[in-house]
Design a protein around this ligand. Sequence first.
Ligand SMILES: [Fe+2]
Length: 420
Amino acid sequence: MVAARWDESKDIKLIDAAERTDWSFYSGSQLTFGPGAIRALQSVITRRKFKRVLVVTDTVLSEVGIVDKAENVLSKTSADWMLFTEGEPEPSTSSVTRLAELARSYQPDLFVAIGGGSNMDLAKAAAAAFGHNMDPEQMLGFDQVPGPTPTLVCLPTTAGTGSEVTHSAVLKSAATGQKGAILSQYLRPDIAIVDPNLMLSCPSKVTAECGFDALTHAIEALLVNRWSNLTEDQEHGLPYEGNHPLGDLYAEKAISLIATNLRRALEASESIKARSGMALAATLAGMAFSSCGVSLAHALEYPIGAKYGCSHGIGNAIVLPEVMRFWMPERETQLARIAELLGVSKANTMQPREAAEAGIRMLEKLRTAVFLPSKLSEVGATGTDIQGLAEKALTAQRLLDLSPRKATADDITAMLKASL
Ligand SMILES: [Fe+2]
């Protein structure tokens, strides 16, 4: 990068074209938050005069009565609606195609997604595929969605992915069998209705796993490469902006909310206060990471989840502490701040290094307290797997580019070995 020059005679800073001097923050048009927020679906449909609503959900949520709650609200509007209950964990591009075909015959003017990240990602991708009459395989990657997509309302039922506010949809490619993502600012849902009441029936195991995914989002958003260090592609923009002040604001709040509420959400699963804290944390972490970015923890996790079938949250929880240790030389101050947010007592009176290390230990303690595995061996990994995992992690170039410290093949192998 070329440094800026200073012209004293004119007292203005002459900016070299190669230097990045601004960052952007993208968001949907509405976030409605709080217990009972599902009611807002009625006013959205009535005020904006939607006529045909395609509801994307799954049979598990039908069985626990969450879909009934949504249908109860829909029945108070004059709109017609259709249920698609074939949402599945890790949706594939063929599910997206199936849903887009249904949309072509039903012609909805509104998509509503109810569920965790999988259902929301399925709806996001299908709305784009329907709106642009495209094969979802062609939308995989960054900025491949050609324009705005039909209106989408997301109602999350887990506190984790933050997909209700993010610009990504994670899908399994039916063509290659590989997990990939559609990344596009057009994929950001227009409206997020985050109702903690919808999370009361979420099992404790899922609550812990999703909670650690949200925590990883917030921590990585705080620690990724700074916005000014990234070079922007003028045609496409950037998939992630890099760490910036607004991202810090959301990420810091998310970390402190998780530190306060995650354990409680497991111990007292019906606690609206704890569920609300976690729901807000996941949404804020989604806003932070979908702007600033995620990096090494997610790069390391993808091959782990694919090989051992463990959840995304478990994989993140296992590798996150080693990633934080690896970033220590570049991010000591931010790690010390994370320690404070996680509740390390007197962190602000310690030397930054001491506080940062205490913060990582605190995170490991929280991981144990919510009964998540701490080692790769607990999900079935052995020493002979490490090289293969490292090779796959090294292909996640977009995520590696956001690392504040360059990670070589040896560095990634060392982090995986330390997590074994
Ligand atoms: Fe994640």
